[in-house]
Design a protein around this ligand. Structure first.
Ligand SMILES: Nc1ncnc2c1ncn2[C@@H]1O[C@H](COP(=O)(O)OP(=O)(O)O)[C@@H](O)[C@H]1O
Ligand SMILES: Nc1ccn([C@H]2C[C@H](O)[C@@H](COP(=O)(O)OP(=O)(O)O)O2)c(=O)n1
Length: 671
């Protein structure tokens, strides 16, 4: 997951390969609650690991359920099975509507004393209709802030009051279907002596989510009948029965971004369509019908149980005018696809967007306009006109409103024909449903290498290149290439193979370097099966690296390995010739220096902190010798590129040096 302040997506051109989607949030949290109410233990497979499931798991733990996270997407939940939950308890539910609503209903029916709260946005999301329905029944619930909104207090300390179950429970269905879902999940708790009837007041929106609820209730032994989605009957004698094991389907709404990417950019030039795994045409989720909307816009889609394949059909896409009540979440993706259509696209019946993670109609309109689109909005509709010419697109910094879906659907703007990058602010917000969304996108998206930005930081030894480059990479969410480590590894491999580092062995040394079995993984460096991270950091290894790096054939042998680091979304490369030889067209080159005295002192501190003894004067002599060799060799000598910016950081702290490089970078961005 990217936890950077922003993530810049380079312009993307194509999509290919396959993507495995994470489990559905809606299914994950419903299954967790049902498992928590059942007797016995339920092994939940493919559970989504996200912010919203995290708060649910924590809440279930606090309520006294057995929660064992076995790793690999498996959680074992031992349910209450008729026991009363731990009380009193305070539950923090973040911004997870799928936890707040059903837990409110379940706890109100179980008795006890509870406080349920969330982040500030959660306290702006209405829950009054559910609270009213539960109060009708006789439950005591107080809104601790504004009436009709969390935080809530459930107060049945003196025992559950008698519930009025003989009359139908009436709940509004036109604000959020989650209220009805909450009641359906919880009322089997009290459907013992008699049937419990729920009547929906007003039209039921987001019916597909109720379908998911009913399917999952059935898996847990509760057979709910309904008359045309307006009247639901939970039969007397209902009892939650754990199915033992249950698999969570992948999220059909998450599939929408890849279906869109496929429709826009896959299957071109004879390539295969984009394969999407984890959800297929047999899905129980309503958002799978996004496939039909994408097809109406021109996508070519094939699919089966648990998989889809999508490629571009019509291009430009075809504009549509669609009632989106059946796909409220996935429909946001259509709003961005509309930028690539042949006319105005109108999305209707989307009033529920206004009470989601943010006011999504307003948010989408505002951010689409930043890209240059003409957008109109109404209380429950949005219309988007495509950009007439590539030159009309603008590079935009997309505000994401702590809304995962805004972040994910705007990533599709990176396929723009103008070749402009797109900045996604606060990319971490995708953690709500798809923590590794951007990693998944980068794994299937392609763009010519020259469009992937590279920041080069070259300079003499101990100037702080590695430290500064790694931190800049971290701040921008870019990959990091420590090219010196490659020369150090090549030298170590030569020593281990018994090849002296001398010019006469140049061909053998180059052959060794060309097939170096080196892996860079999670900050560690491996040579074949050996962790050599520390072994290559000695002063001797540095001197050997300097010697091996003077051999032109060795340098040539390591070029492909270095170029391979230029991957989405970008790269920060540190070394001696990053800007002069390896990435000569890099958009930012920095030549980082510090005085020899300062560098010797820094290296001294660095070695002492690792328990290696050295004297400053020896170190200074060594580093001056190394600089002299690196700068005087004929092949790619250490020198500043002509277009490099010089940064002498003798008097700067690490943070100041990093801030300067990031500031130079920002100044070159179009946002
Ligand atoms: N601006 C700075 N101020 C103080 N110490 C620094 C600064 N930059 C780097 N250092 C320290 O100097 C040492 C050498 O830095 P390093 O990144 O290994 O240099 P290089 O990669 O250029 O050889 C490290 O211990 C690092 O923490
Ligand atoms: N791009 C590069 C990187 C390193 N080298 C050579 C020259 C250096 O003395 C050695 C070791 O580089 P490294 O960056 O790890 O060394 P320092 O950490 O700066 O001491 O490799 C190079 O020739 N070209």
């Amino acid at each position: 997951m990217y936890s950077t302040a922003f993530l810049d997506l380079p312009p993307l051109r194509q999509a290919s390969g396959s993507v495995q989607l994470p489990g559905s949030k809606s299914i994950s949290n419903r299954v967790l609650l049902l498992a928590a109410l059942s007797e016995g233990t339920t092994e939940v497979h493919d559970l989504l690991a996200s912010d919203d499931t995290r708060v649910m798991l924590d809440a279930l733990r606090a309520l006294g359920c057995g929660v064992h996270e076995a790793g690999g997407g498996v959680a074992c939940i031992t349910g209450l099975g008729g026991r009363r939950p731990a009380s009193p308890a305070k539950l923090f539910l973040g911004n997870a509507g799928t936890a707040m609503r059903p837990l409110t209903a379940a706890l109100a029916l179980l008795g006890g004393e509870y406080e349920l709260s969330g982040i500030p946005r959660m306290h702006e999301r209405p829950i009054g209709d559910l609270v009213d329905a539960l109060r009708q029944l006789g439950c005591r619930i107080d809104c601790l802030g504004s009436e009709g909104y969390p935080p809530l207090r459930i107060d049945h300390e003196g025992g559950l009051p008698p519930l009025r179950l003989d009359a139908p429970i009436r709940v509004r269905g036109d604000v959020s279907s989650q209220f009805l879902t909450a009641l359906l999940l919880a009322l089997p708790l009290v459907a013992q002596e008699q049937d419990v009837v729920i009547e929906v007041v007003g039209a039921l929106i987001s019916r597909p989510y109720i379908h998911i609820t009913l399917e999952l209730l059935a898996r847990f032994g509760i057979a709910v009948r309904h008359d045309d989605w307006q009247r639901f009957v939970i039969p007397a004698g209902s009892q939650y029965r754990s199915p033992g094991q249950i698999h969570v389907e992948a999220d059909a709404s998450s599939a929408s971004y890849f279906i869109a990417a496929g429709a826009m950019a896959a299957g071109l030039d004879g390539q295969k369509p984009l394969k999407i795994l984890g959800v297929g045409l047999d899905s129980i989720q309503g958002d799978i019908r996004f496939v039909e909307a994408a097809q109406a816009m021109g996508a070519r889609v094939a699919g089966g149980p648990g998989w889809l394949e999508v490629g571009r059909g019509a291009w430009p896409l075809k504009a549509i005018d669609l009632d989106c009540n059946h796909i409220p979440d996935a429909a946001m993706t259509l709003a961005v696809m509309a930028l690539y259509a042949d006319g105005v696209t109108t999305l209707r019946n989307i009033a529920s967007w206004r009470v989601k993670e943010t006011d999504r109609i307003a948010a989408m309109a505002c951010e689409l306009r930043k890209l240059g689109a003409t957008v109109e909005e109404g209380p429950d509709w949005l219309s988007v006109a495509p950009l007439p010419r590539a030159a009309d697109w603008r590079a935009a910094s997309i505000h994401t409103y702590d809304d995962h879906r805004v972040a994910m659907c705007f990533s599709l703007a990176a396929f723009n024909p103008a070749g402009l990058p797109v900045r996604i602010e606060d990319p971490r917000c995708v953690g709500k449903t798809f923590p590794d969304y951007f990693e998944a996108l980068f794994a299937v998206a392609q763009t010519p290498p020259e469009r992937i930005p590279v920041i080069c930081i070259d300079g003499p030894t101990a100037s702080g290149k590695g430290t500064v480059a790694a931190q800049v990479a971290q701040q921008l969410g870019y990959h990091f290439l420590d090219s010196g480590a490659m020369y150090r590894t090549a030298a170590l491999a030569a020593m281990r193979a018994g090849i002296a580092i001398e010019a006469q062995h140049e061909p053998r040394l180059a052959e060794l370097a060309r097939h170096l079995p080196v892996r860079f993984e999670g900050g560690r460096i491996w040579l074949a099966g050996d962790d050599i991270t520390d072994a290559i950091r000695t002063e001797e290894a540095g001197m050997n690296a300097s010697r091996v790096s003077a051999l032109p054939a060795v340098r040539q042998a390591l070029v492909a390995l270095q170029l391979g680091f230029r991957r989405l979304p970008g790269l920060v490369a540190d070394g001696r010739d990053m800007g002069t030889v390896i990435f000569p067209a890099a958009p930012l080159k920095v030549f980082l220096t510090a005085s020899a005295a300062v560098r010797a002192e820094r290296r001294h501190k660095q070695l002492i902190s690792k328990g290696i003894s050295a004297t400053i004067s020896d170190l200074r002599a060594d580093l001056e010798a190394r600089d002299a060799r690196d700068a005087s060799r004929s092949a790619s000598p250490l020198k500043a590129a002509e277009d490099a910016l010089l940064l002498d950081n003798s008097l700067l702290t690490i943070d100041e040096a990093v801030a300067q490089v990031v500031a130079w970078w920002q100044a070159r961005q179009p946002f």
